[in-house]
Design a protein around this ligand. Structure first.
Ligand SMILES: [Zn+2]
Ligand SMILES: [Zn+2]
Length: 400
């Protein structure tokens, strides 16, 4: 007997997935206890691959190292192909919970809930394997190194969408401190582009009491920090969002010596290509202009990291429909954009798709040493994936 694919517990959480909550919780806690960071998700990847194979799915290993893709064809015949993506990596945080399933590795922790994301997608993969009542193909994508290192980008570069052609790709992230079980999203830009910069301000050291004999990089660096505030305040339109933050200043060793150089570091966040270009252009002009005025010299390193995560219109609407099928009216479609970054952005640059957050109720925030994924979300997120597949890949009505 199949496990009751379309019966519904509350709102659109599937009965069969709700009935598996205890088992999903156990998987999630196994994953939680063995956190691994960027491109080193070996135990994690092996656990996920073994589960996928136990559902009868063929697993493609080795995309971006530890990345995995499992493919399932529906029993309903030809149809589109879609991708559902979960991230696998943990963070370099020393877990401060006392939970029985806490991290077994000092200094590493699943503090962003990727353990839960994997489990929700595994739950959906098992359900759909048992009930392939859809027309088309689903690719289950498990990616490494979401935090900082752009594992999603590496998967795209290594041919994710050539090896597994698909019309659309979808992502989901848990979100603490919003009402439990609510889906959150917005069309267009939802997470910011993330750039980093480093400036070496090179002056000429001198006796602190004879500044006229040197070129003071401390003064030049201070002027740069102050002037950079004008990028957002005076160059970016008040209708647009941007952040330029200097997070480090390093220079000097003692009371009475003007040093030769000072190093500044920081980050810029933006939502559109135009604003991103403008911020970098103004950044370079200010650093070089201030240094020139002070007789100093600047060495600038400005690196573009993750692009902005931009939801595509039609795919966002499809994701919202699946969210409503799962959670009824607990769906917020005009969620405020977040200045943090998310490397699913690389996948959305390559193919259309959409990304939603799923609120987990009150508790420690993401990236906090006290954080733990809320297991009550597991059947909700898994049901969302199943509802998304059913709405995107419907089985055609038999001819009359
Ligand atoms: Zn994170
Ligand atoms: Zn995350």
């Amino acid at each position: 007997m199949q496990d009751g694919s379309h019966s519904i517990v509350s709102n659109g959480v599937l009965t069969s997935l709700a009935a598996q909550a205890a088992e999903l919780t156990q998987w999630r806690r196994v994953l939680h206890a063995m956190p691994e960071t960027a491109f080193e998700e070996r135990r994690t990847s092996a656990f996920v691959a073994e589960k996928l194979e136990s559902f009868g799915l063929a697993v493609h290993r080795g995309l971006a190292g530890t990345g995995l893709v499992a493919t399932l064809k529906g029993r309903g015949g030809e149809g589109p192909a879609i991708g559902l993506r979960a991230d696998m990596d943990a963070l370099d945080i020393h877990e401060a919970t006392n939970l029985p399933w806490r991290s077994d590795t000092p200094g590493k922790m699943h503090a962003c809930g990727h353990d839960g994301h994997m489990t929700m997608l595994l739950g959906a993969a098992r359900h759909l394997s048992r009930n392939p009542d859809f027309a088309g193909t689903v690719h289950f994508i498990f990616q490494p190194a979401e935090e900082n290192e752009g594992g999603g980008k590496v998967m795209v570069e290594q041919g994710l969408f050539d090896l597994f052609p698909m019309q659309a790709v979808y992502g989901l992230h848990n979100w603490p401190n919003a009402p439990f079980g609510t889906f959150l999203g917005r069309p267009g830009p939802m997470f910011a582009a993330f750039d980093i910069f480093e400036v070496k301000v090179i002056g000429r050291g001198a006796h602190a009491a004879m500044p006229q004999r040197g070129i003071d990089p401390v003064l030049a660096a201070s002027l740069i920090v102050a002037q950079l505030q004008s990028v957002v305040a005076r160059s970016v339109s008040p209708q647009e969002a941007a952040v330029v933050t200097v997070t480090q200043i390093h220079g000097g060793d003692t009371w009475n010596v003007i040093p030769d150089e000072v190093v500044l570091r920081g980050t810029a966040r933006t939502f559109t290509r135009q604003v991103r270009d403008l911020v970098e252009e103004r950044f370079r002009a200010i650093v070089e202009g201030v240094c020139a005025a002070q007789g100093a010299r600047a060495e600038i390193r400005y690196e573009r990291r993750y692009p902005a995560l931009v939801n595509h219109g039609a795919e966002f609407d499809a994701a919202l429909a699946a969210a409503r099928a799962t959670a009824g009216d607990r769906v917020i479609a005009d969620f405020e954009p977040i200045m943090a970054a998310e490397d699913f952005a690389y996948m959305l640059e390559a193919v259309p798709g959409a990304y939603l957050c799923l609120a987990s109720g009150p508790g420690p925030n993401l990236h906090n040493a006290q954080y733990d994924f809320n297991d009550e979300l597991l059947p909700v997120g898994a049901s969302y994936w199943v509802n998304l597949v059913h709405s995107l890949l419907p089985v055609a009505d038999p001819a009359p």
